[in-house]
Design a protein around this ligand. Sequence first.
Ligand SMILES: Cc1cc2nc3c(=O)[nH]c(=O)nc-3n(C[C@H](O)[C@H](O)[C@H](O)COP(=O)(O)OP(=O)(O)OC[C@H]3O[C@@H](n4cnc5c(N)ncnc54)[C@H](O)[C@@H]3O)c2cc1C
Length: 475
Amino acid sequence: ALVTSAESSATSYDAIIVGAGVAGNVVAERLAASGAKTLLLERGPASTAKSGGKHFMTGWTYDDIKNAYERVESLNPGTTTPSGNGERYDYEPGAFGLFSSLLGSEGWSHVDAIEQPNEKHLAYSYPPQNVAAGEGIRAGPPHVYFSLALENENFSHQLNANVTRVIRNGGLVSGVEVENEDGSYSTIGLNEGGKVILTAGVFGTSRLLFNSGIGPIDQIETVANGTTGITVPARKDWIELPVGERIKDHPIVTLLVDTNSSDFTFFNNSALYLDTPNATNVDLYNNEASGVIAQSQQRILAWTSTTGSDNITRHIQLTIAGQQDAQLSVKVYLTHGLTSTGRIAVESNGTLSWAQEPWYNTEGDISAAVNFIDEFRGYLEKSDTLQLVPEQRNQSSRDLVLGGYGTGLHFAGSAVIGEDNDGRSVVDLDTKVWGTQNLFVADASFHADVPTGNIQAQVAIMAEHAATKIIGCKV
Ligand SMILES: Cc1cc2nc3c(=O)[nH]c(=O)nc-3n(C[C@H](O)[C@H](O)[C@H](O)COP(=O)(O)OP(=O)(O)OC[C@H]3O[C@@H](n4cnc5c(N)ncnc54)[C@H](O)[C@@H]3O)c2cc1C
């Protein structure tokens, strides 16, 4: 049920979940289903129509998270044939045709990324993407888990509710403070034995922890002396933890490849937003959840691995899409194995900035990407049809990497999980913030690493497993 600020502040809850993104929806659905009176708070407005590693650590091995994986897969499966009628559109001759023959001639294998998830070296696939089980539409947890949670009478949610801080007495959290849309503030209380779970994303969760007197001392001091008006706990109650540190992301270098031929015509996804989108495509999607609109804009994904100057293996993901007629964009992501990390700092007005950016700040990462791009350029040199655009052809691979990378928007870390409160982690193996009794972090913030591919499925699976751990914790 959708509640107002007047209703939520007059009620108390067993679980308050802050942030209705990928993780927040998973955790809220699970907590409500466990019988907890649950409130999901989101600072934004309504958004949807319904508004690796084998060994990680105790409780988080692959076998431990298998149930979580299976639940996410059953509700929000992946597919390489997202069009409801099972057809594939605009792949051949197109970008898939051109690139599969380029990679195939260099010994790469055609795999199905859903059926063969461990094939991540010299492998390419039709793009995998999440769909809502039984609905035939592309969707993630904010659609599928939210729909399920809505059916549960324990579940409420409130929109335009910007949580400013957690209210705590020592290690015991009693509720949250919320800034409402009209600028008013309210507090929402927890029932005895209740829990607050932060799922506000890597940056939002960090800010909430700083505001609640949890983090590096200098960050808490900045908030306490700043201009946001946040009521920070007394200094004796500050909990010193490395919040905002160990942030990772997939940096992307975009290579532009001329197809040098008339066999590639660009399908423009943005035409959907124009006044006259192709009526056949629109009807196919509306009536049968089929056609080119049911697909993502990429036409082929590929993975391999490479080593840097430090001999550490890094994984590479390529996503290939049309850029314009006779030109493709090849996004080169540096993924699992990368060693660069970043750190954020809060400013006195409450905004966050990078104290250290998380991309390409180790020579190992730079050299690994350069090695791959050198190899890839070698493929293009042998090709009759594909070549880098002239302005990129004239640059060294190192310049292409260092002058051209951007964020992958796949952030992980900032409140990293750990076995011991040793100054390197923020949450314990139950995802509970060290030094607190009932404050948890269940979003991408607690991840210690980035995956070999896009991150959303991992965020959902880890949130599923976190929910099991949180439900099992007695306050
Ligand atoms: C443009 C873009 C494209 C992406 N594309 C892909 C993709 O194709 N595939 C993929 O796998 N991943 C993709 N990602 C990454 C993916 O979206 C994130 O990894 C994922 O959403 C992280 O989940 P989360 O639950 O940690 O945080 P989020 O999903 O970011 O959720 C956090 C939520 O908390 C809310 N919030 C924040 N602060 C507060 C507060 N103080 N009070 C109340 N609410 C708050 C936010 O509004 C947000 O709704 C993309 C990201 C971006 C930005």
